[in-house]
Design a binder for this molecule. Sequence first.
Ligand code: FAD
Ligand code: NAP
Ligand code: SF4
Length: 677
Amino acid sequence: MNEFYPNLLQPLDLGFTTLRNRVLMGSMHTGLEDRFFNIERLATYFAERARGGVGLIITGGYAPNRRGELLPLGSRMQDKATAFLHKRVTKAVHNEGGKICLQLLHAGRYGYVPYSLSPSGIKSPITPFKPSKMSGKNIKSTIDDYAKAAGLAKYAGYDGVEIMGSEGYLINQFLCERTNKRTDQWGGTPEKRMRFAIETVRRVREEVGKNFIIVYRLSLMDLVEGGQEWEHIAVLAKEIEAAGATIITTGIGWHEARIPTIVTSVPRGAFSFATKKLKALVSVPVVASNRINTPEVAENIIAGGDADMVSMARPLLADPFFVQKAEAGRADEINTCIACNQACLDHTFANKRASCLVNPRACHEMELHYLPTQNKKKVAVIGAGPAGMAASTVAAERGHDVTLFDASDRIGGQFNIAKEVPGKEEFAETLRYFGKMIEKHGVTLTLNHKVEAQELIDAGFDEVIVATGITPRKPGIEGIDHKKVLSYIDVMLHKKHVGKKVAIIGAGGIGFDVGEFLVHTHSEDELAQWYDEWGVDTTLENRSGLKKANVLPSPRKVYLLQRKETSLGKGLGKTTGWVHRSVLKQKGVEMIAGTSYDRIDDAGLHITVNGKQRVLDVDHVVLCAGQTPKRDLADALEAAGAKAKGINVHLIGGADVAAELDAKRAIDQGSRLAAKI
Ligand code: FAD
Ligand code: NAP
Ligand code: SF4
């Protein structure tokens, strides 16, 4: 029994096979699945997770036939040649002592293809194509295709399959009145709507025989109008077990639901209550999921009896060695997923290969290596923001002699501000992780020290990495030095008093974050407040798990302004922007596009919109007007002739390019540079 996480790390006996622990790596589409030439990359990516100790891996989704594809020529398991190719993946995982299941996913109306199918031919609000209604023949052949795909997965050496029955994909579409208006044997009553799911599991079991894992992902809360009632979900769970499922995993919310289910502002483990209710109904192991990102949270879910296993997907992108570190009592070395979606889901939706903001090696295991150096150098990194923390720790891990400087009294740079945003508390984990890596890899950390060019030259560094970040932009507006004007740093970091009426100039990521900071009302029980504000019914008595949202009023009147004519928040992350926009809308923030700023004076902020002048009578104006690179040190190094003196000077992060800078780019650039020097 593991002394640190005895429940999480306990083996799970499935009768015919045993999982080494209770950690399931949930399915994630990374983009490596879609092209055959990426098979080696896929194998390497999964093998690293298997080496890291995860109990059971689930692959990204594979369609059982062409019309079930997620995107044109997307991942499919339909022929023996493809299955043969997958032997490389299964072998690589088995060689590391791991187990892996292939996920079977028919996208139904979520297919980004003009030839998609669904039970009733109703278009989804999040895809451009109207699906065709499935004929009875289509339905039967699709079930056959699931069975055939499962058989091929077995041939490929997989330990099992996961049948994707949630998140609004085809099987879920059959289950709900919202998308299933059929009146034949596949619709019309809850029992008939369940038939497709049950029949699919039954046929898959028939095809693969007894000793093969069948995981079924069950939607416990659809979180959309016209979803399922709990009493029917309970019947379905029992039927799925009877039809041959080995494990039931938790699905929460359709992709089109307007309640966030995985973004960083969702409290950790917020949905395990639903899995607990499921656990009481079935005898197969059940798996909790969504926003489980530390071994403590996972351990508590299992110890508390909410589930038999936990599913973690993004946390295994962030750190493939999560389990190994937990096992050894080194949880403080885990690179924690901060649920930002910036390099994983946002990439997937943009049809780009997924990676991870905090771990640029994710899905790039064959290209990015932190190999020991053969040429130890003396390296200075100036600026301990995300770029500098990444560069210094990777360089030191490779064996260089690294000194990391920061003018401030702590590491983290702007992440110290980001973690103050309500719902972005996870960002503190990245600071904890890098703090630990600085210690572990022996980086010499020098804080409270504003570095000058000459001292770097005098100290004889071979490589100088300038990661000095940015300077907030001060727009040239009349009255910009008025006492009403504050910067986002004054508000978020120095916690300067902000009045009851506020205008925010600039509606980029920081403008939105400052908005959320200013409209947030703290409550004693933040979890209960979150369920209430988003309308999540934790009793599961209401259909779909929905209830009327009860949003606490904002303590302030807030205006959010930009000069562009486009709608505000357009540039925010694809999978997270809508959440930020919803929060500010719910809190009554007035968003104004096409603004020109006339002046700031005692009366407030004078603006012109559509040719009309207006005075916003505000107590404060907060500047979130973007940033420019902070290059004073880099310029001084150049002026002092550092290069001619044999010093290699590099610029990374905001100091390099401030426009569209985010921590994803900063960490990636810092890590890649340090991997090379
Ligand atoms: P910085 O983080 O700015 O760090 C630069 C460091 O250099 C500072 O610590 C500074 O003290 C130090 N320094 C400067 N000059 C010297 C000198 N001469 N000597 C010594 N030290 C010096 N990004 C995301 O990706 N996702 C988000 O959700 C997100 N949210 C954010 C929310 C807020 C409120 C803010 C303010 C930022 C957010 N960001 C987010 C942006 C992200 O924090 C930045 O992109 C990132 O911090 C840039 O990293 P950097 O290392 O280039 O610079
Ligand atoms: P930003 O996204 O570039 O936004 C700057 C805002 O200031 C824009 O709304 C811009 O809109 C306005 N602006 C620019 N110049 C101006 C001027 N001279 N006068 C008045 N307004 C001006 O930058 P940011 O909000 O400072 O964020 C910095 C970086 O941090 C971003 O690139 C972002 O990626 C990252 N970040 C990300 C997140 C996230 O959730 N992913 C959150 C926070 C920050 P107009 O020009 O239309 O007025
Ligand atoms: Fe987690 Fe963000 Fe990395 Fe995705 S990109 S795995 S959400 S830390």
